[in-house]
Design a protein around this ligand. Sequence first.
Ligand code: HEC
Length: 153
Amino acid sequence: MRHIQTSRLHLRATLCAALLCAAAASGAQTVEASRPMALREVMDQLGRDMQAVTGAISKEDWALVAELAPKIARHAEPPASEKIRILAWLATDAGKFRGFDAQVHDAATAMGEAAQHSDGQAVIAAFAKVQQSCLACHQGFRKPFVQHFYEKR
Ligand code: HEC
């Protein structure tokens, strides 16, 4: 009898340890889920570079715009492992997503060329196109992206 009780106690302790372990594991997953995607840092840099362009336009500092534009056109990319995750999530929408990125690339390149010619109006027209491409991708993908990679796990 005593033996049975001891082994029951032991079982309970083992179960408890297993549950604790599971709790710790799910805790670790929450930390994992809330760790920012590398894309976020890429985006933050794009945001800073676009702000710097706004400042340069106000000062008609076309040399600075010409310097910043290629950084926007050829912005950094997330590491391959993250790209694979993003592409898997995008599935059939991958082409659309990439299309918005290509629009940013083309508009930022045009902005740089206009800046090299000190053509303020053309710089601003191209700047607006860059912003429209940022916005189009955000409107289509940002919310579901955040939900998928940060909230739903
Ligand atoms: C191809 C799609 C796409 C394009 C184009 C794009 N973005 Fe984003 N952007 C995203 C996604 C997806 C997020 C959400 C990332 C996250 O929260 O991890 C985001 C988030 C951001 C954020 C918020 C980052 C934060 O800290 O929460 C900023 C700022 C930003 N983008 C700036 C820009 C600017 C400026 C451009 C244009 C020059 C741009 N983005 C173009 C997809 C895009």
